[in-house]
Design a protein around this ligand. Structure first.
Ligand SMILES: [Fe+2]
Ligand SMILES: [Fe+2]
Length: 164
């Protein structure tokens, strides 16, 4: 199977999921939605490993797509904004498990993607390191090159932030 087809096969159910589509309504960095960011991270991570048969490609694609699946608006002033960097990997991992029944390895990749911001959640497999690196590269690119006034995203979803 071609690498592009493999990516599509691993990603299909996530990209068609109604809740995942909600990520189009939440900003990530600059003018980029979480939806666009997550796909960019998955594509970059996959491009790094697509010809390496020793890597769990399915894990890389799915965990990368779901690494920011926290589903709430985080650009709110105050302590929630500050805490977001530490809290959202665990929240995303739990939601991804609940909705997509992800594997333990995928769960670990999502939970550790913000290291070293989360110093006690260290990536422990190559798949997790790849996703963490791809996320940082994409986030930096978006922050530097995709700045500007934010327009409401597809109806400007305002999920209530989690209470926990
Ligand atoms: Fe993240
Ligand atoms: Fe991210």
């Amino acid at each position: 199977m071609k690498n592009k087809d493999l990516f599509d096969e691993y990603a299909k159910d996530i990209l068609e999921n109604e809740l995942f589509l909600e990520t189009k309504k939440i900003y990530s960095h600059g003018r980029i939605s979480i939806y666009e960011h997550s796909i960019a991270v998955a594509e970059l991570a996959f491009s790094m490993i697509e010809n390496n048969n020793g890597i769990d490609k399915r894990c890389v694609v799915r965990a990368a797509l779901l690494h920011d699946f926290f589903l709430y608006e985080w650009h709110v002033p105050g302590i929630r904004y500050i805490m977001h960097g530490w809290k959202h990997p665990s929240i995303a991992a739990k939601k991804a498990k609940e909705i997509f029944g992800i594997s333990r390895k995928e769960y670990a990749c999502i939970k550790t993607h913000m290291w070293p911001w989360t110093p006690f959640s260290i990536p422990i497999c190559r798949e997790a390191w790849i996703i963490s690196m791809a996320d940082k590269v994409v986030a930096l690119k978006e922050t530097v090159f995709c700045r500007g006034k934010r327009a409401p995203l597809h109806g400007a979803l305002r999920h209530a932030p989690p209470t926990a």
